[in-house]
Design a protein around this ligand. Structure first.
Ligand SMILES: [Mn+2]
Length: 332
């Protein structure tokens, strides 16, 4: 006898954060609405289901943004925590990079009963200033220090009192523009920094393999926070703080094919500033390609069939085997 079975289609849950007050230029707050309507993002091979968009609370610029950034990040943390607690894959679309405080605070809290969170920070900048060391006062230059537990009290205690990231689970890739104060903090903490010159010398594949090792060896899951200014500006022209040189985005996506993404719990993509994009929408396309390559790779590694929706006519015996395998996966 033959019967029809619908194979499980795995989707990535998307959360948006429409924030921009923490950036050097305003404009990142419009990235989420552009991405939600983006034909490029709609056409990616991996299904994306939007679950929430957090609107920004704006209280001013530079340090006056603090109160609003705190409230926005509290809201965002609640959303990311929910998705991770439900066991789903999560992609967060920013916003300026200050949203990382909320994204990873929520995720760290969700994982806390199981273990520590690992994090790979892809960026041109260190984003590790404290309120004392910052020359600009822009909070998008401070998420790393706050996630590590240094800085403004209200920003380091979102969801729980613990540091969100421990230095031994954290590394940075693509760094080439930074100030002394933030470098000092990271070096004092022993954070592994893959500066751009090391990426150039070793190749991004080699570097990402070591980065995933660092982010997974002591953690129960890891994330990637991707500031698109980490890439060469030819792949991502729509950024507010471009830096010369940078990671080749195509090579980065190829490198992902060679790393184990089975412990990846979330990806965050930030600092897309739509009004600086070119006519060809190069940056918007990059965001879509990143999501597709990361999750197509992850789902393929987990189960080569699970991410493809298929209605198949198969024998009872084959249906039994597949159903029992799906059940096993659900109980893991
Ligand atoms: Mn950044």
């Amino acid at each position: 006898m033959k019967r029809t079975l619908i194979l499980f289609q795995k989707a990535v849950r998307a959360v948006g954060c429409a924030n921009g007050q923490g950036g050097k230029h305003l404009g990142c707050e419009s990235a989420v609405s552009i991405l939600r309507n983006s034909p490029h993002l709609k056409n990616v091979k991996v299904p994306i289901e939007w679950s929430a968009v957090v609107e920004e609370v704006a209280t001013g610029r530079q340090w006056n943004a603090l109160q609003g950034v705190t409230q926005t990040n509290r809201r965002l943390a609640r959303e990311t925590r929910k998705v991770i607690e439900s066991g789903e894959d999560l992609v967060v679309f920013g916003g300026d990079h200050s949203c990382a405080i909320g994204t990873w605070s929520g995720i760290a809290a969700a994982l806390r009963p199981r273990g520590e969170l690992g994090l790979i920070w892809v960026d041109a900048h260190m984003d590790a200033h404290t309120p004392e060391s910052t020359p600009s006062g822009n909070i998008h230059g401070m998420p790393v220090s706050h996630l590590l537990g240094f800085g403004e009290k209200n920003l380091i205690q979102i969801e729980d009192q613990m540091p969100k990231i421990f230095p031994h689970n954290f590394c940075m890739v693509g760094i080439r523009s930074y100030e002394e104060g933030e470098q000092e903090l990271l070096e004092k903490l022993g954070v592994r920094i893959f500066y751009m010159h090391e990426v150039e010398r070793r190749g991004i594949t080699d570097v990402m393999q070591e980065a995933v090792y660092i982010a997974t060896r002591n953690s129960c899951g890891f994330g990637m926070s991707i500031d698109i200014d980490g890439f060469d500006v030819s792949f991502a022209p729509a950024v507010g703080t471009p830096a010369e040189g940078g990671i080749n985005a195509e090579q980065f996506m190829k490198a992902l094919l060679t790393v184990d993404l089975s412990k990846l719990v979330a990806t965050e993509i930030v600092e897309f500033l739509p009004r600086f994009d070119d006519q060809n929408k190069t940056s918007e396309r990059l965001v879509a390609s990143l999501v597709e390559s990361i999750y197509a790779t992850k789902f393929f590694q987990q189960n080569s069939a699970a991410h493809i929706k298929q209605q198949v006519q198969i024998s009872d015996k084959a249906a039994e085997v597949i159903e029992s395998r799906q059940k096993q996966q659900q109980t893991v």
